[in-house]
Design a binder for this molecule. Sequence first.
Ligand code: TMP
Length: 218
Amino acid sequence: MAETPTLKFITLEGGEGTGKSTLQRALAKRLESEGFEVVTTREPGGTPLAEAVRQLALHPPAGGNWSPMSEALLMNAARRDHLENLIRPALAEGKWVICDRFADSTRVYQSVKGGVSPNVLKSMEASVLGETVPGLTLILDAPLETTASRRTSRNGPDDVFEKRAADFHHAVRQGFISLSQSEPDRCRLIDASRSEQDVFEAAWAVLAATYSLGEMAG
Ligand code: TMP
């Protein structure tokens, strides 16, 4: 069995509309009810500078179009600020951090469909993250047909990623599935086609087992 991770740093990954934000709230609530302090955050974003980068990346001005490499650089620039100014300080204070998307989103979204080479992304990632690697990554997986209605906001597709064609989203789904297979100790695939409660219970069971909760001091 894998060792208990040192960092109480959990990331939630998966395609759009798989229920990451809902799960994030439920996990935070449950951890808080156990007496832990929890910081919930998201990527791209989480700090004022990173939120500004989010706006640039997801809504390029004047209908512009970032290349996959530019997107990867933007995501990593935002991530570095987020790590330095929010994630690492919170972990150093003994808080749990639950982040809605993190480095695995770059690995997948910026590499699929002729994007950046995975080796280049990995080396960028290693420099940006240093030792701040998530202890547990829950990858929410559901068929595109299930997430279609949740993938677009009420007024139709909003950001550049939501506007991409179905084959892009299929490739993203496959990318996350492959990732869960290549790093089975850190990444766990959760069937997100079930009810919110079932998804939460499955995720909580993994989290509690991974961190030996119950044996761990607050
Ligand atoms: P969301 O967090 O509201 O799902 O939107 C963020 C979008 O940004 C989503 O479509 C995935 C994309 N994204 C990347 O392409 N690379 C990244 O590294 C991150 C964090 C997000």
